[in-house]
Design a protein. Structure first.
Length: 134
């Protein structure tokens, strides 16, 4: 399992948590979302939690996710809706679920918005599948 972040200190924190949890199969990688040091079609699933809104070139990041995912692979995103909250990213950076699912469709993913029970309503989840033919 690869844990990727553009900030070295975040990778170090993740690796320390993995070690504390007894997870020996986690490798920490420092990289940008649009330049992943991974082979083509080598990844079963990608989780982007509370970070997609902060990516400068979202189209390139989605292209890179599509490149490294296996056919039928899953891209899961967690973001905050464009509603006023006491914490979280500024509203002008947030991406609403409709905009995100449109971006995913444009990048040849098949998205589905998921809203689990018992989760704050300002968070939303999108699960997108890479087409098998790409």
């Amino acid at each position: 399992m690869d844990a990727v972040d553009r900030q070295e200190n975040m990778v170090e924190i993740t690796m320390a948590r993995a070690e504390q949890a007894g997870l020996a199969n986690v490798e920490g990688l420092v990289a940008e979302a649009h330049r992943l040091p991974l082979e083509d079609a080598s990844v079963d699933a990608i989780l982007m939690s509370m970070m997609f809104h902060d990516i400068t070139n979202k189209e390139e990041a989605l292209e890179e996710a599509r490149r490294v995912l296996k056919p039928g692979g899953m891209l899961c995103l967690v973001e905050m809706d464009r509603t006023s909250t006491a914490s979280g990213p500024p509203i002008h950076l947030r991406i609403g679920p409709e905009q995100l699912t449109a971006m995913l469709r444009y990048a040849d993913f098949t998205p589905e918005t998921v809203q689990p029970e018992n989760v704050r309503q300002d968070f939303y989840f999108v699960r997108a599948t890479k087409a098998s033919h790409l």
